[in-house]
Design a protein around this ligand. Structure first.
Ligand code: GUN
Ligand code: ZN
Length: 427
């Protein structure tokens, strides 16, 4: 089989820089990645890999930085067309913009068109995997999964379950959501590189019997992901307390219905009590941090320091279209700003780790994606570290890779993504 040697700067992580410091980072200024049959065979200094593999085809990326593809731990592909909708907080934003748009996904042709646009936007922003909420319509899952399968992508996605507090035409039932999700798991989970995510939208739009059905499904399919929203806005939290008066707190609603544990991905988790933080940690659930959404919808400031000090798996997410950008660079920049407002400056190594290996771990895909390392799939991007005039002039003062990378994180967008590869093939 043909081997390809990608030459450029390389950066990846052996461990979590929040815990292991910068010893976890592997940077080669003159590096190489050897790819064969869609997987990474070796990573190291260019001179050594060129000498060891003289027959390999070579692609010279110059001084561009080769990174693992970005992994978006939480997004709504069905909200692509309503990104950047003005002036609402969460509940009004859902009712005004989101639910009317999600109704349109009853039409499979519309769902397919948006799925293709969404994946194009992801790839041009260097996102090679995303965990997606679809809509209540099974056809919306078929549209995204088949488009992702054609592109060879490792997508994670599921049908939204919603049987109350949503308009007519956008509600299923506990039983139909269970039956439709089960059929979709059989159709898509493990096909190609796809993972099914059991997807009760959030506690307010499910009855207790629907959450119980979702919990039963998760117990029957423990290797599926489970994704939902937790503790995003104060009004939402008060509403959950009204709807579930017997629950100790918001997380308890999910705990008591079997919706926590390894593979469970909680979006947002901004306003947690001490009990919820500890219970989240004890459960082994993960967190998807959605910083551009949290500032755009006015939700609040996520406590990254606490999540990391508790050792809770945490990844980075766009939350398109509550999130205001498809760019993982913009998402990292906003994560930096949100943490600054809480008194912690995240290091560029921590930001890149969150967007790659961190998100892979939350989705339990770390054996396959998220790092440049032998055995990992060759889902990779190359970053131009001087993609615009303002970044290029700032690079003149950068004294090391971290300073250079930080300028692109704070100032870059899709113009910085020079190439995106899925399983070694240009996307
Ligand atoms: N909570 C329930 N549904 C949604 C959604 O679509 N976006 C966001 N940001 N929060 C939610
Ligand atoms: Zn969301």
């Amino acid at each position: 089989m043909q081997q390809t040697l990608h030459l450029g700067q390389t950066l990846s992580f052996d461990g979590n820089p929040f815990h292991d410091g910068f010893a976890a980072a592997r940077h080669e200024a003159d590096g190489a990645v050897l790819v064969e049959d869609g997987r990474i065979q070796a990573v190291g200094p260019a001179a050594a890999l060129k000498a060891a593999h003289p027959e390999a085809a070579r692609i010279d990326h110059g001084d561009h930085l080769i990174l693992p593809g970005f992994i978006d731990a939480h997004a709504h592909y069905s909200q692509t067309a309503i990104i950047a909708s003005w002036g609402k907080r969460l509940i009004d934003w859902l009712n005004t913009y989101t639910f009317p748009e999600e109704m349109r996904f009853a039409d499979p042709a519309y769902a397919t068109a948006v799925a293709e646009t969404y994946l194009d936007l992801n790839l041009s922003n260097g996102i090679t995997t995303a965990a997606c909420y679809c809509t209540i319509h099974p056809e919306s899952v078929d549209a995204l999964m088949s488009a992702a399968e054609r592109r060879g992508m490792a997508m994670v996605a599921g049908k939204v379950m919603m049987d109350r507090n949503a308009p007519e035409g956008l509600r299923d039932t506990a039983q139909s959501a269970y039956d439709d999700s089960k059929a979709l798991i059989e159709r898509w989970h493990g096909k190609g590189r796809l993972t099914y995510a059991i997807t009760p939208r959030f506690a307010p739009t499910s009855t207790p019997s629907q959450l119980a059905a979702a919990g039963a499904l998760f117990a029957e399919h423990p290797d599926c992901a489970m994704q939902t929203h937790l503790s995003e806005q104060h009004e939402e939290i008060a509403w959950v307390q009204e709807l579930y008066p017997e629950s100790r707190d918001y997380l308890d609603v999910y705990e008591s219905h079997g919706l926590t544990g390894p593979g469970a991905v909680m979006g947002h988790t901004i306003h947690l009590s001490d009990r919820e933080w500890d219970a989240l940690k004890d459960s082994g659930s993960g967190i998807a941090h959605c910083p551009t959404s949290n500032t755009f919808i006015g939700s609040g400031l996520f406590d990254m320091k606490r999540a990391q000090s508790l050792g809770i798996s945490t990844g980075l997410a766009t939350d398109v279209g509550g999130g205001s950008s498809f760019s993982m660079l913009r998402t990292m920049a906003t994560a930096y700003e949100v943490s600054q407002l809480r008194g912690t400056a995240l290091h560029p190594a921590e930001l890149v780790w969150l967007a790659t290996a961190g998100s892979a771990e939350v989705l339990r895909l770390e054996h396959d994606i998220g790092r440049l390392a032998p055995g990992q799939m060759a889902d990779m991007i190359t970053l131009d570290l001087a993609s615009t005039p303002v970044i290029a002039q700032r690079m003149g003062r950068a004294s090391d890779i971290w300073e250079a990378l930080f300028a692109t994180i704070m100032l870059g967008d899709d113009r910085a993504i020079a190439k995106t590869y899925i399983a070694g093939a240009p996307a």
